[in-house]
Design a protein around this ligand. Structure first.
Ligand code: HEC
Ligand code: HEC
Ligand code: HEC
Ligand code: HEC
Ligand code: HEC
Length: 240
């Protein structure tokens, strides 16, 4: 039988397939090179904000729960920023003359939202969701550093893929009960004795469980949560 396609067209077909598969990856790598520029990745650097808001003060001294201001963190992909009226629920009565709070008052009177600078951001080709992590007891500090001790927020983490994957491959080292996330700040504030895991997180260090008992506890949670560990590191989980 006569050859319908010349060998060259076969090569072309293979090449087309190859480009089709590799081009999206190459684009992601290019975008990533750009997004990983020092301005974006710099960790431990405080940023300019319209108001010098202190988490140390509001969270650790006053004991305000994260969810009072980041209202959607438990229920949606985004944590969100507080609206001006959230600040004014207190600051229409206290510290009403503070010059530091002038932008808040102005925003309230003019009904123009404050523009908070976004520090933590993953590139557009990465899907992230807060609620699932918080529901699995992953502490905010595991990912954001020692928030309750920050005068000005800085980025606790560069969110590199291998860092996400380390947990997705071994979730038993990190998952907890959901209350763990909120109890941590109450315990720190009240000076209650902390477990080694809690103390690590207080300092903004990721805690890697390694004793037999700790890992047994983690494995049990992974099982109770029905986490599909064999799928959690699949590309489509984060690149959809
Ligand atoms: C009284 C309100 C309030 C409370 C309570 C609060 N925050 Fe915030 N948070 C803010 C505001 C305002 C900003 C934006 C300004 C800034 O970066 O400081 C912010 C910013 C952040 C950011 C950086 C956001 C970004 O752009 O990447 C993180 C992370 C964060 N908060 C975590 C927490 C955690 C964790 C808690 C609880 C332990 C908490 N916050 C409690 C008001 C609050
Ligand atoms: C639950 C009440 C409460 C809420 C809500 C709250 N604050 Fe405060 N804030 C306080 C108290 C109390 C103080 C200061 C007391 C002190 O210094 O002893 C304070 C102090 C401050 C200061 C320092 C003022 C100065 O002159 O030193 C700033 C700035 C500030 N808050 C900004 C904010 C912003 C921005 C928000 C909203 C994102 C906010 N606060 C929400 C209670 C609150
Ligand atoms: C598993 C890691 C992880 C945990 C746990 C986590 N965050 Fe985040 N956070 C991120 C990532 C990644 C981003 C950037 C998200 C993006 O670009 O969409 C982010 C962004 C934010 C932002 C910026 C605004 C926004 O809505 O994206 C705030 C505020 C924030 N986180 C607060 C919190 C609070 C409060 C908690 C705990 C209750 C928390 N985060 C727990 C990883 C985490
Ligand atoms: C400390 C552990 C930990 C870290 C770090 C972590 N994750 Fe997760 N992630 C989990 C767990 C646990 C789940 C929930 C699995 C389940 O219950 O099925 C999850 C689930 C997810 C899901 C699935 C959400 C859904 O709705 O299906 C996405 C997407 C995701 N993570 C993205 C990320 C990204 C992106 C990063 C890095 C910026 C990251 N994660 C870092 C532990 C982690
Ligand atoms: C748990 C979430 C997660 C999973 C699973 C994941 N990635 Fe990623 N990926 C990320 C994050 C976050 C970034 C952005 C990293 C950065 O900006 O440094 C990224 C970036 C990339 C990039 C851009 C280049 C780079 O390294 O920054 C490529 C290419 C990529 N991922 C391919 C893949 C492939 C292929 C798989 C499956 C084997 C995969 N990813 C699985 C979270 C994930």
């Amino acid at each position: 039988m006569a050859q319908i396609f010349r060998p060259a067209s076969n090569t072309l077909a293979k090449l087309t397939l190859f480009v089709g598969a590799v081009a999206p990856l190459a684009t992601m790598i290019l975008i990533s090179q750009f997004t990983r520029s020092p301005q974006v990745t710099r960790v431990n650097v405080a940023y300019e904000q319209p108001v010098p808001f202190s988490h140390e003060h509001h969270v650790n001294e006053l004991g305000i729960d994260c969810r009072y201001c980041h209202t959607s963190v438990e229920v949606s992909a985004q944590a969100g920023y507080p609206a001006t009226h959230t600040c004014m629920s207190c600051h229409s009565q206290i510290w009403t003359n503070s010059p530091l709070l002038e932008p808040v008052r102005e925003s309230y009177v003019k009904n123009v939202p404050l523009k908070w600078t976004v520090l933590n951001k993953v590139p557009d080709f990465v899907y992230f969701n807060h609620s699932i992590h918080v529901k699995r007891g992953v502490s905010c500090n595991n990912c954001h550093g020692p928030i309750q001790a920050m005068q000005m927020v800085y980025k606790g983490n560069a969110f590199q893929m291998r860092w996400c994957l380390d947990c997705h491959r071994n979730p038993e080292k990190y998952v907890n009960k959901p209350e763990f996330v909120w109890n941590l700040y109450r315990k720190i504030q009240s000076g209650a004795p902390l477990t080694p895991e809690e103390n690590s997180l207080r300092l903004g260090r990721q805690y890697h469980r390694n004793t037999k008992e700790e890992l047994e506890y983690g494995r049990k949670l992974v099982k109770d949560y029905h986490i599909k560990t064999e799928q959690l590191a699949d590309c489509w989980i984060c690149h959809r």
